[in-house]
Design a binder for this molecule. Structure first.
Ligand code: PHE
Length: 338
């Protein structure tokens, strides 16, 4: 009884105190050992009651020792536990998406809502898919060494080059299928240009193609108008200027009202209030025929935009080189869900 009280009152302040408690009660030469030795000598009648008392006593000492042992081992003072289960956990540090991937995804989502599928093709192309099928005349300057990275000359396919636009995917799509076609083609393209804040030797495009019976320029305008409202916000104005591409006729370039000054004039739009974002037009009948499509029955429109340009306008980025330098200080500004 006297020992029970002692054990109950025991509050060790250190691991050493706990250890001397263990030796005194539970050690091989400890009190409990003595008591159990004595127990062997008592009469069988006494054993029953005494055994129970002894076992409870042993259990009490062991539990006391165990509870403090855990506290000292986890580095605590032996008083209250420092473990705070209500603290927030440590988060994982995850990367974010590249700004160009974010904007590409956004563009794809917008056109998906209009029923466009996504098509892809090779980055190394032959002359036919990148130029000839698209109605580029033999002597067209875009085929020139200035713009195109030629890879090799192939006896069967002529020049092999890094594609200069994803219009090549449109050709592949039309060659391999039947109208109607309604798809966009995101991808990387290459042009032999000196690297500067405004030009790079590669960039990313999203081109679009819609071929069916009775497709008109009005359809093209409405589609692009919808895209711009979704991408840059409602109220963004669009304007079409006549232009020239070998593969579309008529052709146009589309400007939007400046995303910064909303048309009032600022350095971004060089005080014109407008910024160009894409080229477009009605697919030239020659292109349809080159791809085995009856140009009497079908018409179509096509458009192509640079993802870098759209991203620059959306995030006010002034130097193209930032996209490919992998500077974390730049990239981590674009936090996103994965
Ligand atoms: N392929 C053109 C370019 O790379 C863009 C474009 C696509 C223009 C479709 C008109 C129609 O500049």
């Amino acid at each position: 009884n006297q020992y029970t009280e002692e054990i109950n009152a025991f509050e060790p302040k250190s691991a050493e105190e706990l250890e001397s408690f263990r030796i005194r009660f539970l050690g091989t030469k400890g009190l409990l050992k003595d008591l159990f030795d004595e127990f062997k000598t008592v009469s069988p009648e006494e054993k029953r009651g005494l055994g129970k008392v002894l076992n409870e006593f042993k259990k009490l000492a062991e539990e006391k020792h165990q509870s403090f042992k855990e506290q000292f081992e986890s580095g605590n003072s032996g008083q209250a536990s420092d473990l705070d289960l209500s603290l927030p956990g440590e988060g994982f540090t995850i990367g974010g998406r590249h700004p160009l991937s974010l904007v590409r995804k956004e563009i794809v989502e917008i056109f998906k809502k209009l029923g466009f599928t996504v098509a892809e093709g090779p980055e190394i192309e032959d002359d036919w898919h990148n130029f000839s099928a698209l109605n580029f005349p033999e002597e067209h300057p875009a085929r020139d060494m200035q713009d195109t990275f030629f890879v090799k000359k192939d006896a069967e396919n002529g020049d092999i080059a890094l594609r200069t636009h994803t219009s090549s995917v449109q050709v592949r799509m039309m060659e391999n299928g039947k109208p109607p076609f309604r798809a966009i083609m995101p991808g990387r393209v290459y042009r032999n240009e000196a690297i500067s804040a405004r030009a790079h030797c590669f960039f990313h495009q999203v081109e679009g193609l819609y071929v069916d019976e009775n497709v008109s320029f009005a359809d093209l305008k409405q589609t692009l108008f919808y895209f711009v409202q979704e991408m840059f916000g409602e109220g963004t104005k669009v304007r079409f200027r006549p232009s020239y591409f070998p593969f579309t006729e008529p052709s146009a370039e589309m400007d939007i009202s400046c995303t910064i000054c909303k048309g009032d004039g600022c350095p971004l739009c060089k005080y014109s209030g407008w910024v160009e974002i894409l080229g477009c037009g009605m697919v030239d009948p020659n292109v349809l025929e080159n791809c085995g499509i009856d140009s009497k029955k079908y018409t179509g429109y096509a458009f192509g935009m640079g993802i870098e340009r759209i991203t620059n306008l959306k995030y006010q980025i002034k130097d193209l080189r930032l996209f490919s330098e992998n500077d974390v200080r730049f990239l981590k500004q674009f936090q996103s869900e994965i």
